[in-house]
Design a protein. Sequence first.
Length: 438
Amino acid sequence: MTKLKQRLQERIEAERPRTARLNKEFGSVVIDQVTIGQALGGARDVKCLVTDISYLDPQEGIRIRGKNIPETFACLPKGSGAEYPTVESFWHFILTGEAPDADEVEEIEADFKYRAKVPPYVFDVIRALPKDTHPMVMLSSAILSMQRESKFTHFYHHGFKKDRAWETMYEDASDLVARLPEIAAFIYRWKYRNGQIIAPDTKLDFGANFAHMMGFAKPYDDVARMYFILHSDHEVGNASAHTTHLVGSTLSDAYYSLGAGLCALAGPLHGLANQEVLDWIQKFKEKLGGAEPTEDNVKAALWDTLNAGQVIPGYGHAVLRRTDPRFEAQLQFAEKHLPDDALFKLVRTIYKVAPGVLTEQGKTKNPWPNVDAASGMIQWHYGLREYDFYTVLFGVGRAIGVLANLVWDRALGYPLERPKSVTTDMLEKWAAAGGAKE
């Protein structure tokens, strides 16, 4: 057993009594009320999911294991010559809440390299799909094709014990995380680089190896590390995380669960948004007619956009009521590494102007940028200009968070998720009565 899995077992054994006591002694304590608007509005803000991995505060932003984004980056070990932590160190942190030491990171890197070998049939599945297939379909198909490898499923059919279910879920989750860089890079090179595949380099860490297999030079290795960590977890109420959790609650394995979560991520109201933002920025740049972006001409163009009944993509968030710290982290990277990039100058100027314009318009609860407002611009700068692939990058990062949550779902024995539905007649009855009486 690796040190990470042993430490995770210790944390699980310490956490289980907390959950059991809350459920047994305080299960009837009311923590929220549900309104008709929430029932009709996608269960927005209904407090009915539990995770200790991350929390999204409307005013502060995301905290992962209690730390904000800068604190998370600062506490984790970095790769040799890198500015950002390794994904391997983050995997330890997101699972246990503890920053690993150098020896623990080395062990995880070795463990990932042992697990990283992708079964050859996975590449056959990708090649069998038409070349114009969306890369998210390729990624989801590849993951589902590996379901036959599931250790959790084998455990379920050969002596399943609930209190040990997390162990094989951990194995599946670790296998999947370790294999995702090669699968994603293969999809990119197969679809967009004439099938010129670059073999993995086992001497490199997760982020550096991904950059190598993609064919991008430094500092894209740090772009990958930063991107995957920033996109990893965002509570379990977002669509991709909740879908993964929901499917996992049926005792489906990690392959089925992650495959479903990625299908949710592919929607334009979720992970697909980053490519739509970049497309909008490119067209916005054209509207300026080659002029250098200034606060005045950008402000005028933004008002033209709003007055035409359109939105400003990348601005607004379902929960946040401040600038997304993930956007700020990417902005800081761009300020250092690509300050003269034309798209970055435009993104930066829009950031200076858009919140004021949206506030003046008065139709948005949150006039601040989210993570999608900058992510595509950085990818474009380093040569990854195929919009459709951006959601695959998001998917690799998001997999880290949702798979860590799946391990803890099984560790704490969370049950099958089954909300109760009501009818429109019932809602109208309760509306007339001023609330439900039953």
